[in-house]
Design a protein around this ligand. Structure first.
Ligand code: GRF
Length: 207
């Protein structure tokens, strides 16, 4: 049997991007399977969504820090992802910064989605940053993960207009909807082997 491209999905929250990816797999638009879903939050919606789909889903306690994994937790995540034989790690609302040993274990094989047009507005509540700054276009970015915060090579971006009457909530909702189209498209391109990477430049071999 042909090897299926295996995804390890990490999230801390609702899991709507995970749902978009899982639905795209079911619809046949991403040639991959979800090997495992992991969360640092025991009650995270992403785990519920995964279990409803009968996919392996585990909570791993993150340890004593607030914004990163401690050493034991990092080891537990790496062990679970290695055991699941993942080809790609998909961060879908994972709220902790990944560090050295984790990044080294999966170099070039971790992607993230961020709710802004990077390099503008990295970090938290980017849609609010965009609204306060007064940009006319916000959006979302899928990128490879490196040692920085939201700083890796950009795979795809989707602009979203900022409307005059927007609140942080309405803009966030519009960005979120754009994410649900962009992330499956980018993961599908990786699974198909349609991307080539040269330094920071990511080229799509096919449209
Ligand atoms: C998304 O807005 C994503 O850009 C950010 O975290 C959020 C996750 O949302 N990294 P969900 O859990 O996929 O609904």
């Amino acid at each position: 049997m042909q090897h299926k491209f295996r995804l390890g999905v990490l999230g801390s929250g609702k899991g709507s991007n995970f749902v978009a990816i899982a639905d795209a797999i079911t619809a046949g638009t991403i040639p991959a399977e979800v090997a495992v879903v992991l969360s640092d939050v025991e009650s995270a919606g992403i785990l519920t969504h995964a279990r409803e789909r009968h996919l392996p889903a585990h909570f791993i306690a993150p340890g004593k820090f607030r914004t990163k994994l401690d050493e034991d937790a990092e080891r537990a995540f790496v062990t679970a992802l290695t055991a699941a034989k993942v080809d790609l790690i998909v961060l879908a609302g994972f709220m902790r910064v990944l560090k050295g040993d984790f990044l080294r274990a999966f170099e070039g094989r971790i992607v993230n989605i961020h709710p802004s047009l990077l390099p503008s507005f990295p970090g938290l509540e980017s849609w609010k940053q965009a609204l306060d700054y007064g940009v006319k276009y916000a959006g979302c970015t899928v990128h490879f993960v490196d040692a920085g915060v939201d700083s890796g090579a950009i795979i795809g971006q989707q602009p979203v207009p900022v409307l005059d009457g927007d609140s942080a909530e309405t803009l966030h909702a519009r960005i979120h909807a754009a994410e649900h189209a962009l992330y499956p498209k980018c993961v599908a391109a990786i699974a198909r082997g349609d991307l080539s990477v040269s330094g920071r430049r990511v080229t799509w071999k096919k449209a």
